[in-house]
Design a protein around this ligand. Structure first.
Ligand code: ADP
Ligand code: MG
Length: 400
């Protein structure tokens, strides 16, 4: 993939597709990690005299202008982070966008309104997407793809737009791809993958593909209960996807055939309700009471998982070990996160929106991990072995 250094940008209008999909509450940004991650590419282009036009999406407005999902507060935050003004356009590719871009001088930055206000952005109808891509392409001379969190989407700004302009990959995308290539190429061993989170059905495909590369597969979180049920345990009221049990059993047999060590919880924190004040206690997986649900891995499991990670040289972790949003059920997630931070020599990669949020909520230093991915869905699809439309187009075609 070409980098922005391969692109001649001085005096050119450069459209940068960033991932600025930040969590918001009452119009305030609650976590600006993605703004900080996106800033270096934008700053580097501006410093080289580009007229930078940032485009991005926020939330799911589904093709209409939803005022609460305006990118304006994000443009303001980006301006603060960059230490330079960001001119904000009140539409995506209309009169205001054109005016904002026309007024840009070399080294200045503008941001377009939320791409998903336009029905063409996410449309399945190619013609509709291409029409928006044409309007966007009229606003720029070059394209830089840096929105890693969206590269698995065949959206106008991600897939159709770069095909119309000389293009290159930004720093966020290059960093992510470098790490994912390490994981899928020739990882240092032992290589362990820790999976948690809510739904096993979301992760069957990635597990299937990972069984070909990993040495150890460690499973916690809500998805562990379907594995425990497949082993014949009664899981009480725990999260269970009954219709996935057969497939999970198949995965377990496959793991055994391939010599992949599958590590499951031996105890869980069983609670009457998902509430910190509800009665809860650790119980062995053989004895989960019928009227309780497992909301976290138990302390014996935390020690087991930490031990299974202690000699690894490559770790990919996706999905919290419990309902970490509630303090009473955050210990397992903390134990796994801390086990990763103790691995000084290993490549430790955290992927997934909630997993990254958990690292920040637990107050662990982000630089204690080799890499925290900004795009959960995109990383998982890469590890599933899928081709990602937004990466494929960046690999094709020429840079000017
Ligand atoms: P990521 O965003 O990192 O990919 P997921 O979206 O797959 O992670 O899963 C995150 C969610 O899983 C969290 O909201 C967490 O509360 C939930 N979760 C984890 N363990 C359990 C459990 N035992 N029961 C119910 N929900 C769980
Ligand atoms: Mg999630």
């Amino acid at each position: 993939m070409r980098t922005i250094d391969d692109l001649d940008v001085g005096g050119q209008r450069v459209l940068v597709r960033s991932d600025l999909n930040v969590p918001m509450e009452d119009g305030r940004i609650t976590d600006d990690g993605r703004v900080h991650a996106s800033a270096p590419t934008i700053a580097a282009l501006a410093e080289r005299g580009a007229r930078v036009v940032v485009c991005a999406h926020l939330g799911r407005p589904k093709g209409t202008a939803v005022p609460e999902l305006s990118l304006q507060p994000v443009a303001e935050r980006l301006g603060e982070v960059l230490g330079r003004g960001v001119r904000f356009a009140r539409d995506v590719a209309g009169d205001d966008a054109r005016a904002a871009v026309d007024q840009l001088r070399d080294g200045e930055v503008a941001m377009l309104e939320n791409l998903r206000f336009e029905p063409g952005e996410e449309s399945k109808d190619e013609a509709e997407r291409e029409q928006l891509a044409d309007r966007l392409a009229a606003l720029g001379d070059r394209y830089v793809g840096d929105g890693f969190g969206a590269v698995h989407r065949k959206h106008a700004s991600v897939y159709d737009l770069p095909r119309r302009l000389p293009h290159a990959a930004g720093k966020v995308v290059l960093d992510e791809v470098r790490v994912l290539r390490e994981l899928t190429g020739d990882p240092k061993r032992p290589y362990a993958v820790v999976l948690g989170g809510a739904k096993v059905s979301d992760k069957i495909a990635v597990i299937t593909n990972l069984l070909g590369t990993v040495d150890r597969l460690i499973i916690g979180g809500g998805m562990a209960y379907t594995f425990l049920a497949a082993r014949g345990h009664d899981v009480g009221n725990s999260m269970l996807e009954g219709e996935q049990i057969d497939q999970v059993r198949g995965l377990m047999e496959d793991a055994e055939r391939r010599g992949v060590e599958l590590v499951l919880p031996v105890d869980v924190v069983a609670t009457t309700e998902l509430d910190t004040k509800a009665p809860h206690e650790p119980v062995p997986v053989e004895a989960i009471p019928a009227d309780r649900e497992g909301a976290d891995i138990g302390p014996r499991t935390s020690r087991l998982f930490a031990d299974k990670l202690s000699d690894t040289r490559t770790v990919f972790w996706n999905g919290p070990m419990g309902v970490f949003e509630l303090d009473a059920f955050a210990d397992g997630t903390r134990a796994v996160a801390e086990a990763l931070t103790r691995l000084d020599e290993a490549l430790t990669v955290v992927g997934g929106g909630d997993s990254a949020a958990a690292v920040r909520k637990l107050g662990l230093p982000e630089d204690a991990f080799s890499h925290i991915s900004t795009g959960g869905g995109a990383s998982l699809e890469y590890l599933e072995g899928k081709t990602l439309p937004g990466l494929t187009v960046l690999e094709e075609g020429g840079a000017a």
